[in-house]
Design a protein around this ligand. Sequence first.
Ligand SMILES: CC(C)(COP(=O)(O)OP(=O)(O)OC[C@H]1O[C@@H](n2cnc3c(N)ncnc32)[C@H](O)[C@@H]1OP(=O)(O)O)[C@@H](O)C(=O)NCCC(=O)NCCS
Length: 158
Amino acid sequence: MLDVRPLEYGDRAWLERVLREETAGPMIVSRGHLHDGLELPGLVASHEGERAGALLHRVGGDELEIVFIATTVRAVGAGAALLAAAVELAARERCRRAWLVTTNDNINAIGFYQRHGWDLVAFHRDAVTESRRLKPAIPATGNDGIPVRHELEFEHLL
Ligand SMILES: CC(C)(COP(=O)(O)OP(=O)(O)OC[C@H]1O[C@@H](n2cnc3c(N)ncnc32)[C@H](O)[C@@H]1OP(=O)(O)O)[C@@H](O)C(=O)NCCC(=O)NCCS
């Protein structure tokens, strides 16, 4: 049984652990901006009563950015449920589009977003190389030994 609800203050310690494991700390860089993951609003997916994933977002103008998404219980639909809930939220906020960036090594996420109707709309060459100036902890090598250099931007139009 899957459920998605808004992030609450009581999720903070859990979220901190998820951010540490997935992004080496609470700070997240996207498109050259440094975000504190512990200050952003978000959504939490639960599977059979246990937290299974988190999504952090921010609304700017008529756009909703998914700044962070990760699941702690994989392949039960938590990722898909979080993505769908973010699109619903963007619609409620009267956004024109929802968007996010991922990195060139994240082959799993690149496939996942496209299977769920998100479109690859921009390639930001060496954006991660630039991001390391803001967050030196970003590793040089990512999934499957792939050098992490670029941001790929996906969007879902509303
Ligand atoms: C990308 C990520 C969020 C996807 O989350 P997830 O929880 O694995 O996603 P889901 O369970 O919804 O779907 C993954 C696959 O599991 C399988 N699956 C989903 N529900 C299932 C179910 N009930 N039973 C069996 N298999 C299922 C499907 O094959 C699905 O593939 P799809 O892409 O065709 O939908 C997750 O892999 C993750 O946290 N990765 C690490 C962090 C990361 O890379 N974040 C993105 C950075 S931009």
